[in-house]
Design a binder for this molecule. Structure first.
Ligand code: PBG
Length: 343
């Protein structure tokens, strides 16, 4: 075939231009692509967030998160067993709290018999092989939906930290392995570490939500935990401004100095630059949270037939790993693990 520009020896010219390095050569076969692949997601990279609810009824669907359910403690134990069998190392528990159990102070957070604590005990008893992470923040328990305590209309940092310490303690005493402070108060990692150590809970790990941005991508989660309609205002006085990156480095550096064992970036996909920067510059296990909003976007597009949901899911998980994440919190966790198992 005559080439349209009438140039002769196209192949020779290309070899001259590329120096003979034809990048497509390695992409020809499935085997050669597999051979040179730089990163690969495994079930070991997954943390599965699940929603616990009171009672022993059926799973309740979360409308804005197709495929995600609020489950009774007994069903959470089954989920933990399924996760273990799929090779998922950790599940993260989040409570759905009805309005009647919420108050100004979020005091249900440090009730040793609260839903999360009961779920921890039940899972530890039946499925001791799986790691349990719990969220340290008051928003599932406050009547105003904020992560801290309001004093004269402002979130009071130090009173909030006091409550968060008590919350972390009851969770650790109930057997959780990792506490995850997601509240973004100053000094909370240090004081939680001190409180745990003083109680003889030296082995409880802290995964700090270090770079947690005030984000629109948490919307469906707030529905799932029952905070959606009740949040007054927004969280911009404690969660980070999405224009900032250097600040994320300062936050994470400080959390590590205060005793965090692992750090996290949240949301995930819109903040891969932050994941990459923290993991490379700090060299500590860095996690990404693929938030409810990110999950909802993929599910909604897939539900409309606008993209292939399974493929988008696997690609998104690969992106976190490639950016340097040690692992990802994702509502897709069991689906990813199943897909990996089929390969
Ligand atoms: C609570 C908390 C939130 C999420 C995890 N822990 C919501 C928020 O800060 O408003 C979001 C999780 C998600 O969107 O999947 N502080």
């Amino acid at each position: 075939m005559q080439n349209p520009l009438g140039l002769d020896d196209i192949s020779g010219r290309i070899d001259t231009a590329t120096g003979g390095l034809r990048m497509r050569r390695l992409r020809q076969h499935d085997w050669s692509r597999r051979l040179v692949r730089e990163t690969e997601v495994s079930a070991n990279d997954l943390i599965w967030p699940i929603f616990v609810r009171e009672g022993d009824g059926n799973d309740q669907p979360v409308p804005s998160m197709p495929g995600v359910f609020r489950m009774s403690v007994a069903r959470c134990v089954e989920a933990a067993r399924a996760a273990r069998d799929l090779g998922i190392p950790v599940i993260a528990l989040f409570p759905y709290t009805e309005g009647t159990r919420r108050d100004e102070m979020g005091s249900e957070a440090f009730n040793p018999g609260n839903l999360v604590c009961r779920a921890c005990r039940a899972i530890k008893e039946t499925v001791p092989q799986i790691g349990i992470m719990t969220d340290v923040a008051l928003d599932p328990y406050t009547s105003h939906g904020h992560d801290g305590i309001l004093v004269d209309g402002r979130i009071d940092n130090d009173r909030s930290v006091e409550a968060l310490m008590r919350q972390a303690l009851v969770q650790a005493e109930a057997g959780c392995d990792i506490v995850g402070p997601s509240d973004m108060m100053d000094g909370r990692v240090a004081l939680i570490r001190q409180a745990l150590d003083a109680a003889g809970l030296r082995d409880t790990l802290i995964m700090s939500y270090s770079a947690k941005y005030a984000s629109a991508f948490y919307g469906p989660f707030r529905d799932a935990v029952g905070s959606g309609g009740i949040l007054k205002g927004d969280k911009r006085t404690y969660q980070m401004d999405f224009g900032n990156a250097d600040e994320a480095l300062r936050e994470a550096t400080q959390d590590l100095a205060e005793g965090a064992d692992m750090i996290m970036v949240k949301p995930g996909m819109p903040y891969l630059d932050i994941v990459s920067r923290l993991s490379r510059e700090l060299g500590m296990p860095t996690f990404a949270y693929q938030t409810s909003g990110e999950y909802a976007m993929i599910m909604a597009a897939a539900g409309n037939g606008w993209l292939d949901g399974d493929k988008a899911m696997m690609e998104s998980l690969a992106a976190f790993k490639r950016a340097g994440a040690a692992g990802t919190l994702t509502y897709f966790a069991p689906r990813v693990a199943e897909a990996l198992g089929r390969r």
